[in-house]
Design a protein around this ligand. Structure first.
Ligand code: D5M
Ligand code: FE
Ligand code: ZN
Length: 512
């Protein structure tokens, strides 16, 4: 085809050519030119003059694919799957239209800090810090404004007392009373909950060691004991009005994929990623995927090695580096416009003692390098368009569930609520959670977020409490042999998606 013919062919179809395009077309054969012409004709957002940039996109099959009648498939000889992915990249989704507004509260994150050596003065400082902060929160509550010290209560002429103390010990007596041993910086006093006080006995059962509470009661003649009339948890104030994002973006919460385990449900996890990519779901579900701008991964990304008894037999990938290589591969398939926040869990490659710094670069180097992946510690405090999210892997839920009646693995949000009321993510020292006594208590719930996100228990749970949202993000792992022995029944492949503007949670199921 000669030059005049080329120009004529395009002009006949009302397509003007930029000189640079013309120069390029001159070097192509007739078939190629026909194909480009056909593409340009079909294209619905063609500029008046066909530019070089536009020509490139036509060649790459990257423009307005979804508007084409054949469902967005490119017309070259590519396989179906690839054609679909190309079509996806052509479409700008809603989340892509908005700039991300993500702030990570590094001041509340142990990552990038120097960690404790766990010496004795560290331990004492740690508990004093915890006591001071929680006592201050308690003192803000009406009946505790004038709370006395334990030393004062033991020597005062007054017998009606209010105190704030750390729970040293809780023990039932033979007669069904409960003794709470309460300590503050000035002394120790036993607080007695009488067996006749049904409601108080129930409340006492929610107590765990090392939490800080307020007590109202009366001291007896000997002043060496207090009879409890009321127990106060630090708790959270009622929020008047939920904080909402001004933009219609959504947050996806996941955790506990356990990549590397034979029980990891790859098929469902890939469905989740496909849904995020806009390749799966009905119209409404795709619309929701369109708005996902943030993905928080709440720990246990991989199964690790040597974590639980007889794990070896349930590992598909036995090398920890390869486990991280695999999860990195999956996360790379998450659309580029989604910011990914990653914190560690107890199966991840970093120290077990909490607070945990970010997963080590040695194992997850590619994740650390990826600009849209943010490697934080556990716990992690972030702000998305003004909405505050506190993410914690949730290992202390094991302590709550094993001690507090009415909590269970099936209802993780109930156990989360117990921690929220205590304003502490891991109150029990010497329980199932190894705690590192840092110079400050990173596990304190000092500021109350809008959303609490936990994982670890492998079952999904969502509930509201005083204007905050409590969410447990479940798992992508089927029941392991170890969990069967512990009677933990997971609810895999369900993902809570939170509309940050409407503050509405949708549970997306990828197990169906
Ligand atoms: O924890 C997965 C699930 O298994 C979670 O529901 C807690 C339970 N689990 C794991 N280890 C223990 C111990 N030692 N005691 C009680 N419950 C446990 P994961 O962290 O994913 O292994
Ligand atoms: Fe887990
Ligand atoms: Zn875990």
């Amino acid at each position: 085809m000669d030059e005049v013919d080329i120009i004529a062919r395009f002009l006949n179809n009302n397509i003007n050519l930029h000189p640079a395009v013309f120069a390029e077309l001159r070097d192509k054969n007739a078939d190629e030119i026909e194909r480009i012409l056909a593409e340009a004709e079909k294209s619905q957002n063609r500029p008046d003059v066909l530019t070089l940039e536009y020509l490139r996109s036509l060649e790459a099959g990257l423009l307005d694919g979804n508007e084409n009648k054949d469902g967005g498939l490119t017309r070259d000889e590519d396989g179906n799957e690839q054609a679909l992915m190309v079509a996806r990249r052509r479409r700008r989704c809603l989340a892509e239209e908005y700039e991300s507004e993500l702030e990570i509260s590094w001041g509340r994150d142990i990552t990038k800090k120097s960690y404790s050596e766990g010496n004795l003065s560290g331990f004492l400082d740690y508990f004093n810090y915890r006591y001071d902060k929680l006592a201050k929160i308690l003192r803000d509550r009406d009946p505790l404004r004038d709370a006395a010290t334990i030393e004062w209560a033991k020597s005062s002429a007054y017998t009606d007392v209010r105190m704030i103390g750390m729970v040293n010990d809780i023990r039932p007596t033979k007669k069904g009373h409960i003794i709470i041993e309460l300590e503050d910086p000035t002394g120790v006093i036993p607080a007695l909950v009488l067996n006749t006080e049904r409601a108080l006995i129930e409340t006492s059962k929610e107590l765990v060691k090392d939490e800080v509470i307020g007590i109202e009661g009366s001291t007896g003649k000997g002043r060496d004991l207090v009879i409890v009339k009321e127990i106060f948890f630090p708790d959270v104030p009622v929020k008047n009005g939920l904080k909402r994002s001004e933009v219609p973006l959504a947050l996806a919460l996941i955790s506990d994929m356990h990549v590397g385990s034979t029980k990891f449900i790859e098929e469902d996890f890939l469905k989740f990623i496909k849904w995020l990519r806009g390749e799966l779901g009905n119209h409404k579900q795709k619309e929701l995927a369109d708005r996902v701008k943030y993905l928080v991964v709440g720990g246990d990304l991989v199964d690790g090695v040597g974590i639980y008894p007889e794990q070896e037999g349930e590992l598909r990938i036995k090398d920890i580096y390869e486990q991280y290589a695999k999860i990195t591969e999956y996360l790379a398939m998450v659309p580029e416009h989604i910011e990914i926040i990653v914190l560690p869990g107890n199966h991840d490659a970093v120290r077990q003692a909490e607070p945990q710094p970010a997963i080590m670069e040695e194992y997850a180097g590619d994740l650390h390098e990826d600009e849209r992946v943010h490697m934080t510690g556990n716990p992690s405090f972030i702000r998305l368009h003004g909405v505050e999210v506190l993410s914690y892997h949730g290992r202390s839920l094991d302590d709550m569930i094993s001690t507090i009646p009415g909590t269970s693995y099936a209802k993780p949000d109930k156990a989360m609520l117990a921690l929220v009321k205590k304003r502490h993510l891991a109150p029990v020292y010497g329980g199932k959670v190894p705690l590192a006594p840092e110079s400050m208590d990173y596990m304190l719930i000092e500021e109350v977020p809008d959303i609490f996100h936990f994982g670890h228990v492998h079952s999904i749970g969502v509930s509201g409490y005083r204007g905050t949202l409590l969410v447990n993000s479940g798992t992508f792992q089927e029941q392991t042999s170890f969990q069967r022995k512990l009677n933990v029944v997971p609810t895999p492949s369900q993902v809570p998606i939170i509309d940050l503007q409407a503050q509405r949670t949708t549970i997306m199921r990828f197990d169906l």
